[in-house]
Ligand binder design. Structure first.
Ligand SMILES: Nc1ccn([C@@H]2O[C@H](COP(=O)(O)OP(=O)(O)OP(=O)(O)O)[C@@H](O)[C@H]2O)c(=O)n1
Ligand SMILES: C[C@](O)(CO)[C@H](O)COP(=O)(O)O
Length: 236
């Protein structure tokens, strides 16, 4: 059953959980269903969105081979807000595009989040919505902590970039529905690694809001080990 009661400033908010990747860098572990503190990573990721008072509905995009396990998980977890579990596409952006197509015009805000970032906090959802009010687009990010070099194809340093201006962008990424829909519609030929890139391409300013060094993306076995340590430390 879907309860239509949640709004942000009177406007409906949908979340998209992009979880349709192939976990190719995980050496055979399906990172979306692997356990983190006795619960699958996907459960951990969906939970803050399921609990959040502003989120009305959630679309989960899943690898085509894993739709049935995801549906079983949704039933076990008794997720009330997950209205759609759909098969993803080839690239992350193809998966997100399929999810956006599921949303109707009555949704005013869309929060896009990686299924592989289970350590997102409830407060980051609030902060993202508040940050997005100004231009209709906001992404969470942290200052980079390494020195970043621009390198030639031959492997030589070309430039040392000014670290003060460099941020590592995470998810959640928050957009007005009309903006993200237009961004995805207008950039079918572009290949991007995050949703904000498509919005930037429209010439719309994207605001940063504080991410967290704990909001890691599980990408490699090492990052899963880090996530487990961070999860234990969080005390949940
Ligand atoms: N076709 C795709 C590819 C990725 N993702 C999702 O986008 C997020 C970020 O992608 P990434 O960490 O690169 O995940 P994978 O694509 O699974 O990783 P890999 O490249 O190692 O296969 C993940 O939650 C992943 O499930 C997606 O929904 N659809
Ligand atoms: C969207 C993202 O998580 C922001 O950091 C990231 O760009 C996803 O990249 P990936 O290549 O799909 O891991």
């Amino acid at each position: 059953m879907h309860y239509n009661i949640a709004v942000y400033n009177g406007e409906k908010v949908a979340a998209i959980i992009a979880a349709a990747g192939r976990s190719e860098r995980m050496q055979g572990v399906d990172k979306i269903f692997t356990m983190l503190g006795n619960r699958p990573v996907l459960s951990r990721t969906v939970y803050p969105f399921e609990c959040h008072p502003f989120i009305d509905r959630i679309v989960v995009v899943i690898n085509p081979d894993r739709v049935t396990p995801a549906e079983k998980l949704a039933a076990n977890e008794k997720w009330r807000k997950v209205t759609d579990i759909i098969a993803g596409g080839e690239r992350r952006q193809d998966s997100v595009m399929k999810a956006i197509a599921r949303l109707e015009n009555d949704v005013k805000w869309v929060i896009i989040h990686d299924g592989a970032r289970p350590l997102v906090r409830l407060a980051q959802i609030d902060e993202g919505l508040d940050a997005a009010v100004e231009t209709g687009a906001a992404v969470c990010a942290v200052p980079v902590t390494d020195t970043i070099k621009q390198v030639s194809a031959a492997g030589f340093i070309e430039a040392t970039l000014d670290r003060e201006k460099l941020f590592a962008v995470q998810t959640p990424q928050v957009f007005r529905y009309e903006i993200i829909r237009r961004a995805y519609d207008s950039a079918a030929q572009m290949s991007v690694t995050d949703d904000a890139s498509l919005v930037e391409n429209l010439g719309i300013r994207v605001k940063l809001f504080p991410g967290s060094y704990a909001n890691i993306k599980i990408t490699t076995p090492e990052s899963l080990a880090t996530a487990e340590m961070l999860w234990r430390r969080s005390g949940d």
